[in-house]
Design a protein around this ligand. Structure first.
Ligand SMILES: C[S@@+](CC[C@H](N)C(=O)[O-])C[C@H]1O[C@@H](n2cnc3c(N)ncnc32)[C@H](O)[C@@H]1O
Length: 267
């Protein structure tokens, strides 16, 4: 238990005082590795392209929900809220963002001040944990998460809670890094600092798929690493983190130890 609290305190520090989203490996108030298209190898990646990659990851996830106009969606781990705002606007839906960090929620309120005033009934931010979602049964048409499940100790609880707050026929979609089933994850601990510290957990993707199935979802799993790792590594190489352990993500991917996944569930 003591160990668990230590890890949670590290995560809270990362999104509190340390303000992970302000690091140059991210941009545009997003905090994810991005879903990238083709890049011109002859020139540097622009900050606009970096931001666009992170926005595109949101589109890839939320389009899997096939949302209809005016439906109610819940985002798990909404961070600085720019993704939730993009989803509310581009998909014409209502988005409630949930995050456990008071600091992130304060930043989200400030960052999205204009959108919150412009469409107050379509975007809102709330404090709480994804393992105890503070809404009643059947509240949402869709639940999604972008690069946050790696921080959760109990993914079975997330699966149960997502199923509970969805209406019958509702959809779930999440993107983040997992290990391919059967992969050796031992080397990863020495190569990735956030895994060594316990801040990030890399588990076999099939374990989470099984959690969703047990909760009552019909599940699909798609590996999307070819759209993430090489391009993200090129971006990191352009930043002050070019000599950091962050370059090891690509090494882990190329060795088959880690991949990036889109996991969807139909209730
Ligand atoms: C890597 S950031 C991703 C933010 C956003 N989805 C994006 O792509 O820009 C992860 C976010 O999840 C939140 N988070 C981590 N664990 C959580 C939990 N158990 N419940 C709710 N939010 C959590 C963190 O506070 C942080 O804002």
């Amino acid at each position: 238990m003591e160990q668990e609290l230590d890890v949670q305190a590290k995560r809270d520090l990362m999104y509190g005082e340390l303000d992970l989203g302000s690091l140059s490996i991210f941009s545009g108030s997003f905090i994810n590795y991005g879903y990238w298209g083709e890049l011109d190898p002859a020139r540097e990646i622009s900050i606009e392209e970096r931001t666009a990659s992170q926005a595109e990851l949101y589109r890839q996830v939320v389009s899997r929900l096939e949302p209809r106009a005016r439906e109610a969606l819940l985002e798990l781990g909404s961070g600085l809220g720019v993704g939730a705002a993009l989803v509310a606007r581009e998909f014409s839906v209502h988005v409630s963002g949930l995050d456990r960090s008071a600091a992130q929620l304060a930043r989200a309120a400030e960052t999205n001040d204009f959108t919150l005033k412009e469409m107050p009934d379509r975007l809102s931010f709330h404090r709480g944990s994804v393992t105890e979602i503070p809404w009643g049964d059947g509240s949402f048409d869709g639940v999604y998460a972008v690069e946050m499940l790696q921080h959760v100790d109990d993914l079975a609880a997330v699966a149960r809670e997502a199923h509970r707050v969805l209406k019958p026929g509702g959809r779930f979609a999440a993107a983040t890094f997992f290990a391919p089933d059967g992969a050796d994850t031992v080397p990863v601990v020495d190569l990735l600092e956030t895994v060594a510290s316990g801040v990030d957990i890399i588990r076999p993707v099939g374990e989470f798929a099984a959690d969703l199935t047990a909760a009552g979802f019909e599940v699909t799993v798609t590996a999307i690493g070819e759209h993430v790792w090489r391009q993200f590594d090129r971006w990191v190489a352009q930043t002050e983190y070019r000599d950091s352990w962050g370059r090891n993500w690509l090494r882990c991917y190329e060795n088959g130890w880690v991949d990036y996944y889109l996991v969807t569930g139909h209730r």
